[in-house]
Design a protein around this ligand. Structure first.
Ligand SMILES: CC(C)(COP(=O)(O)OP(=O)(O)OC[C@H]1O[C@@H](n2cnc3c(N)ncnc32)[C@H](O)[C@@H]1OP(=O)(O)O)[C@@H](O)C(=O)NCCC(=O)NCCS
Length: 157
């Protein structure tokens, strides 16, 4: 297993990865639309296969994780990618690392909090707005829970 930084050569594959795993080649959080070419990231590879992917953006002295996926859960891939994002945020002198997850994603809410993230804000109904920009966002999310709200978590650095 190797972990490496994404390069511009990875853009077509990154777009396809997002289409396959997130229903479109854009990520929408809090009304912001992020496209792969705007982002930096790290990929975990097992041979040719991408088994983990984290994208992020640094702006206004903050680092936002814009996507995180592990395709082999429970083997440390997600944790390693979060560690890389923390390291990167520190290198950029960011005051915090933050991310948005959704109300249905109980697994991610647990995962992040066990890694030091704290809940910051609940954006009630925000997914309804995101869905207008990205209709591919399903109505029902993980755990058979209606997908409605965005939840911001952060680690202060
Ligand atoms: C959330 C997500 C990224 C976590 O990734 P992951 O690769 O499973 O994360 P890890 O393997 O590092 O950690 C998961 C658990 O496995 C455990 N684990 C890690 N390595 C292990 C090992 N070698 N043996 C046994 N357990 C292990 C971890 O301790 C962790 O448990 P804990 O949270 O109780 O401490 C992953 O579940 C995912 O991609 N979900 C779908 C997409 C998603 O929801 N993304 C987040 C959107 S905001």
């Amino acid at each position: 297993m190797t972990i490496r930084r994404l390069t511009t050569n990875d853009l077509p594959r990154l777009r396809q990865f997002w289409i396959d795993h997130w229903g479109g080649e854009e990520m929408v959080t809090r009304g912001n639309v992020y496209r792969p070419e705007q982002l930096e990231g790290f990929v975990v590879e097992h041979g040719e296969e991408w088994t983990g992917l984290l994208t992020f953006i640094v702006k206004d002295g903050e680092c936002e994780v814009t996507s995180l996926d592990s395709l082999r859960e429970g083997q440390g891939i997600g944790s390693q990618l979060i560690d890389k994002a923390i390291e990167e945020a520190r290198i950029h002198n960011c005051r915090r690392l933050f991310l948005i997850t959704t109300n249905d994603n109980l697994n991610a809410l647990g995962f992040y909090q066990r890694r030091g993230f704290e809940l910051v804000t609940l954006y009630r109904g925000a997914i309804n707005e995101s869905r207008k920009v990205k209709p591919g966002i399903p109505l029902i999310g993980y755990n058979n829970i209606p997908l409605r709200d965005e939840i911001e978590l952060e680690i202060l650095l």
